[in-house]
Design a protein around this ligand. Sequence first.
Ligand SMILES: Nc1nc2c(c(=O)[nH]1)N[C@H]1C(S)=C(S)[C@@H](COP(=O)(O)OP(=O)(O)OC[C@H]3O[C@@H](n4cnc5c(=O)[nH]c(N)nc54)[C@H](O)[C@@H]3O)O[C@H]1N2
Ligand SMILES: Nc1nc2c(c(=O)[nH]1)N[C@H]1C(S)=C(S)[C@@H](COP(=O)(O)OP(=O)(O)OC[C@H]3O[C@@H](n4cnc5c(=O)[nH]c(N)nc54)[C@H](O)[C@@H]3O)O[C@H]1N2
Ligand code: SF4
Ligand SMILES: [Mo]
Length: 751
Amino acid sequence: MSKLTFYENEPNTLVVTGACPHDCPDTCSWQVAVNRTTGQAVDIWGNPNHPVTQGTLCGKVDRYLERTYHRDRLTTPLKRIGPKGSGQFAPVSWDAALQEITANLQRVMAAYGAEAVLPYSYSGTLGLLQGEGMATRFFNAMGASRLARTICSEAGFEGYLYTIGATEGMEPEAYAHAKLILIWGSNTLTSNLHLWPFIQAARKQGARVIVIDPANTRTAQAADEWIAIRPGTDGALALALMHVIIGENLHDADYVEQYTVGFAALAERVKEWTPERAAEITGVSAERIRQLARDYATTQPAAIRINYGMQRHYGGGMAVRTVTCLPALVGAWRHYGGGIQLSTTGFFRRLNGTKLYRFDLIGDRKPRTINMNRLGDALSLDRTRIARAHHRPRPIDARPTPEQAGPPVKALIIYNCNPAAVTPDQSEVIKGLQREDLFTVVMDHFQTDTADYADFILPATTQLEHWDLHRPYGHLHLMLNRPAIAPVGQSLSNTEIFRRLAAALGYTDPCFQESDEEILRALIERQQHPTYAGITWDRLLQDGYARLNVPQPYLPFAEGNFPTPSGKCEFYSERMARDGYDPVPTYTAPRWSDETDDSALEVDAPRDQSLVCISPPAHSFLNSSFVNVDRLQKREKMPFLKLHPNDAQARQIANGDQVRVWNELGSVTLTAEVTEDIIPGTILAPGVWWTKFSPDHRNINQIVSSAETDMGAGATFYDTRVWVEAKAENGRHDAEANVHRHAIEQAMAAH
Ligand SMILES: Nc1nc2c(c(=O)[nH]1)N[C@H]1C(S)=C(S)[C@@H](COP(=O)(O)OP(=O)(O)OC[C@H]3O[C@@H](n4cnc5c(=O)[nH]c(N)nc54)[C@H](O)[C@@H]3O)O[C@H]1N2
Ligand SMILES: Nc1nc2c(c(=O)[nH]1)N[C@H]1C(S)=C(S)[C@@H](COP(=O)(O)OP(=O)(O)OC[C@H]3O[C@@H](n4cnc5c(=O)[nH]c(N)nc54)[C@H](O)[C@@H]3O)O[C@H]1N2
Ligand code: SF4
Ligand SMILES: [Mo]
């Protein structure tokens, strides 16, 4: 019997349908059983009716009740009573907290202007409402600095948009119909679990699955083949594939002729990209590149799944742009099961959100926009650094002078985000957060690493306790979340906190009085675009989700219709030329391989002994969320790194040793797992551990720089040059080392 049937037959249980709020392409439909007498949630499971969730949640969100009712859940507002960063707080009432916060914001704005207030948020929830809905209204009314939310996907998005025109691509259901699937820079079984059943269905019909990744991930292990590639070199691989495809006349000349622009320029460009040249760069043999090109061009339908792994490098935008040309070149879009997916958010792009976000409330003020990846710079008091923190997504965007930097950030309002753990250049972020003259408010469920630096911590509700609406980035169903339980303790939703702050600051626009339910209902009822036809509030209340009004099977580009300026897939992009890029696919090398990059010159260590560090997500965490859930922390054991035996031997590092990973920015202590599951020359340190659960209160973002990607000013988490050495203590504290060794062996068994 399914859980749904079981609980539906329990008279004292209420079943509420909602949506997982986390930053994950799957945005699962969940169901929660609530005891009617106690009002407590007693069980949670994946909605069996949802075509993508298919009745299962991942191992993290299966634990959502443990997280919601966690012993450390914040239940009252807290005020700092110790030195900044000491983590010492005392409970205060909401009234007292809001009064003091308001007074401080007014003080800052009177002295420095509203731009001295910086919102800082990202993806604790992807809900339209608890994410940026009410927050944007609030900060627009204030005229605060704006935040460019660049930490995750900007480079890839830009690259994809130049080529395809919108982040539209294959729907997940289509993968079941592919005959060849390239999982390229994505770890499906960890980061996109609900795509896997479609991939497995394709395999049952004979499809071959190839993973292109520097690591032999659990996805690569479950696939038919792992193609090991050096980080940041995917563009070179794609160019060589096109060299072979065009050189051997394997492209779909008819599709290219009708639905693409710039073929001649592309053909000319890829001439120089022989497989031999790409092999030097990528580490993939020329022979393998040739065969892959032939298989890709001649197997139909051929599907590619790229995610964000390949774009966390300096050349990430161009890499995605280049890879994204492949399906049009071979005509893969003609077939259901052919094409590429980066994200599905583009399908939702006609959602009219003007009344939700109320940009009109800014009036004629033009606040600066700060790049979230440069929080350390933004929080400095040095005008040159503040200017550097301004968002500059394209080469043609003007670089502000120090005089144009604007005021120092004097108040920071953080919600849905844990920057002390997740943001690049951690030591500079912490330095900023430590400033005595900075007034910081953190809204969260827990006292995170970031909350330790707050002046006030405000307890926020979880997805079980509030309304929201979600546009998934991995499928085509709009998702409604209904609250299942009352707020835990005195927690309030983000929307309610901003409503109360707005009232206290005297913002009288009626939009600050609308309830969550009213806002969402009005948003749904306001939609006019045909893709939203038939999606009603009642339907969402009833089912919890509704598929966009597009055909299924959906073949968006079978006959062109690309949402680019030319209406075609753009091998040559006029827009790129205007924005300061090479208009034709090219290879932009990662920063780690740049011999002229002088940041590494600051350190006294031979460059040829450096390694590249990547830090993709740990399987049992979601970014830095869930790190404090006992059962999940136990599964991940400890902060560790994977290191190839050759690299370990050269440094006399043994399995289980404590090692120091360092570069010009800082250092972090990790436990070594020596394994051939990572290519030589690269280390992999899964993220994102809370610093407070890490040795010396530091995590991997100590060594990640705030350097930006080629497009979109994105983060370069996987483009980091480091040095690795065994810690001296390994020899001295044998007992301790043995404990670690034992633990890492267990961790490896679990992986
Ligand atoms: N369990 C779990 N799921 C998650 C998350 C999580 O923290 N935990 N995070 C969520 C979020 S915010 C996001 S953005 C997505 C990310 O989802 P993905 O993009 O799928 O995840 P990543 O692990 O960042 O990158 C995928 C793979 O790219 C590889 N990689 C790194 N550099 C390169 C490269 O240069 N080329 C190639 N070909 N591969 C490379 C990594 O080794 C990794 O296996 O996942 C979401 N899902
Ligand atoms: N080294 C390294 N660093 C990384 C990455 C990596 O792969 N490697 N990945 C990067 C990526 S892709 C991303 S997307 C970012 C993500 O970074 P973040 O956006 O910081 O995501 P989380 O770490 O999950 O932290 C979100 C916080 O929001 C809180 N939260 C959740 N829901 C709510 C709510 O409704 N209200 C309030 N007030 N708070 C809420 C959670 O409790 C949690 O503390 O991290 C980036 N950092
Ligand atoms: S984190 Fe992803 S896979 Fe897990 S329940 Fe949420 S949406 Fe589903
Ligand atoms: Mo992300």
